[in-house]
Ligand binder design. Structure first.
Ligand SMILES: [Zn+2]
Ligand SMILES: [Zn+2]
Length: 236
């Protein structure tokens, strides 16, 4: 795109900082000058199953994953679901800040790029949104993020290998078991495609892991051997 056109588009649609939502200045990249020093990835040892930080250096699995045997193989997320990131994800999902995908995909690649490489997925799939909900929002934030991760890692992305056929009510207030029950039958495999052996799911928030488990269960019953996940954030 010619430079002057890009400039005038920027004037019409000034970019906002994906973390604090303030208008960015033309010299800012990814996030604003104030937020650049405050980006904090999860540090230290994390649960090798769900990616949550673990306090004890002798453990490799968190307390929750000791009780709950997840169906997905492994998940990682660069951020904790709290304060700034929590607010930013609300904007990303519900307040038309579709362009935040670029920052979050970049963060996922910076944090989990080596693991993605080692997992060597054949395909990347976003957690699908129900058609009705995606229409209301205008986009599926998980797909936008997945598409950018796939573009960077040179791995194909499928938007409709897994389809959401049930528009579930918000899972927020529910526990793991209730979530699994609510999600029962929510996803289906699109018969147009074969399910590859190694799948990477992309989602925005890992809470109990029930969504990833529902999808992993479905994918594994259709031939996937390994199902990994990268999420933008993980709730502790
Ligand atoms: Zn900012
Ligand atoms: Zn865990």
């Amino acid at each position: 795109m010619p430079g002057n056109l890009t400039k005038s588009l920027n004037l019409l649609y000034p970019a906002r900082c994906p973390l604090c939502d303030r208008l960015m200045s033309p010299s800012d990249r990814l996030v604003c000058g104030e937020c650049i020093d405050n980006i904090t990835f999860i540090k230290g040892p994390v649960c090798r199953k769900c990616g949550r930080p673990i306090v004890s250096s002798t453990e490799t699995i968190c307390d929750e994953c000791k009780i709950r045997k997840h169906i997905f193989d492994c998940a990682l997320a660069p951020f904790l679901y709290e304060s700034t990131v929590k607010e930013s994800l609300m904007n990303f999902k519900f307040r038309h800040r579709a362009e935040y995908y670029y920052f979050y995909a970049t963060a996922i690649i910076a944090y989990a790029g080596d693991s993605i490489k080692a997992w060597a997925p054949d395909i990347i799939i976003p957690v699908p949104a129900h058609k009705k909900r995606e229409k209301e929002r205008g986009y599926n934030q998980a797909f936008l993020t997945a598409r950018e991760v796939g573009r960077y890692c040179e791995i194909p992305v499928s938007k409709d290998l897994v389809q959401r056929v049930k528009n579930t009510k918000p899972l927020k207030e529910l526990g793991y078991k209730e979530r699994l029950e609510t999600l029962d039958g929510a996803f289906e495999i699109n018969r147009k495609y074969d399910v590859p052996q190694r799948v990477l799911i992309v989602d925005d928030i890992l809470t109990s892991g029930s969504t990833l488990d529902s999808m992993a269960k479905l994918l594994k019953s259709h031939g996937a051997e390994h199902v990994y996940a990268v999420c933008i954030s993980v709730r502790v």
